[in-house]
Design a protein around this ligand. Structure first.
Ligand code: F6P
Length: 378
């Protein structure tokens, strides 16, 4: 039988996503209503690992006042990082080489020192992996899934995704008029890592003519054939929505670089495609990279609500004695799934899903074949 909870900590890890502050607010209020003390750890776990680097000691007391009026704000009021994985912390040695050090013992000791009885950690697959490790090492943990990429398994949705899709769709809507006025190809590159959810959903919602996703390696021939056919029929412009993780058949994903202790950074496929399509079609082409714009700004009401539901559900989970679980959207409810299951695999776009079938039915080119009918003409 574990001791009753008196104090919990919240942390946000990995890339930020609209909706994080909604989780922080709901979890704080639900915890305060149970008379639990709530601490926010700054910048993932850095606030606990490097307290000397923060004027406030790396921990923020989360009170009702502190979480008032934050639901509509992007980002996270407690900060985040995608560098400081405490299980594999990058440390440079005297000869300049880097090693990864497991600092989880040290981290657990800090939880004890601060008499923190349980952790609610909000993040993507990396954070859920850390949560699982800390849970197995003895910490009481509940995970809350977050990512604009929507690639976390065992939850129907993560907050941040809807806001990213909404904004990307709006940007593509805007690109239509300028592309049409100039008769240009515009290639829009969107984030999403190795999953094509953002590209597929935003591309479909805004009427892109070509959508390229990591799950379907593309060939240039059907893409340029579609663009040329559209021009022949009078539509001299085309919009291509490409996921940053898309790659050509037999080719590699475009990587910008990789810093020590970080996942590799994807990017560049949009510019590459633009040059190739301009050359193959003889048409003018431009690239727009939406990048981090997809992570900023105010969350949609869907993401706010999902964040609030997840935050309160995480506190209810702890109160009910759950441990080592992730809250998950399982409509119409929010469920709890073991962290071990949640971190098992990445959720990518199934090739037979309804959206893919719809895109094909509508004559959208997915890069593997020239659609049998295009969206123009009789
Ligand atoms: O996982 C969220 C995400 O925005 C990805 O879509 C993108 O590849 C990555 O993070 C970018 O990370 P960073 O903020 O380190 O550039």
């Amino acid at each position: 039988m574990r001791s009753p909870i008196k104090r919990i900590a919240l942390s946000t890890g990995g890339g930020d996503a609209p909706g994080l502050n909604a989780v922080i607010r709901a979890a704080t209020l639900a915890a305060r209503n149970r008379d639990w003390d709530v601490l926010g750890i700054r910048d993932g776990f850095n606030g606990l690992l490097f307290p000397e680097q923060y004027p406030d000691g790396g921990l923020i007391q989360l009170t009702r006042d502190r979480v008032r009026g934050i639901v509509h704000l992007g980002g996270t009021i407690i900060g985040t990082t995608n560098i400081g994985n405490p299980i594999a912390y990058p440390v440079q040695q005297s000869d300049g080489t880097w090693i990864e050090v497991d600092r989880s013992e040290e981290l657990l000791a800090r939880f004890e020192e601060h008499r923190i009885d349980a952790l609610i950690t909000i993040g993507g697959d990396g954070t859920m992996g850390i949560a699982r490790h800390l849970h197995e090492a003895g910490l009481r943990v509940v995970g809350v899934p977050k990512t604009i990429d929507n690639d976390l398994d065992k939850t129907v949705a993560t907050f941040g995704f809807d806001s990213a899709v909404e904004f990307a769709s709006e940007c593509i809507d805007r690109l239509f008029s300028t592309a049409a006025s100039h008769g240009r190809i515009i290639v829009v590159e969107v984030m999403g890592r190795y999953a094509g959810w953002i590209a597929l959903n935003a591309g479909m919602a805004s009427g892109a003519h070509v959508i390229l996703i990591p799950e379907i390696p593309y060939r240039l021939e059907p893409v340029s054939a579609l663009i040329t056919e559209r021009a022949r029929r009078g539509a001299k412009f085309s919009i291509v929505c490409v996921a940053e993780g898309a790659r050509p058949v037999g080719g590699e994903v475009s990587i910008v670089g990789k810093a020590v202790g970080q996942a590799e950074r994807l990017g560049g496929v949009g510019a590459k495609l633009t040059a190739e399509l301009a050359q193959m079609t003889g048409r003018e082409a431009r690239t727009v990279v939406l990048g981090h714009l997809l992570r900023g700004g105010s969350p949609t009401s869907f993401d706010r609500l999902l964040g609030l539901r997840f935050g309160a559900a995480a506190v209810r989970a702890l109160d009910a004695g759950h441990n080592g679980v992730m809250v998950a959207l399982d409509p119409p409810t929010v469920n709890y799934v073991p962290l071990a299951e949640a971190t098992h695999r990445q959720k990518t776009v199934p090739l037979d899903c309804d959206s893919i079938l719809t895109a094909r039915d509508m004559g959208i080119c997915l890069g593997d074949e020239m659609p049998t009918h295009t969206a123009i003409g009789p």
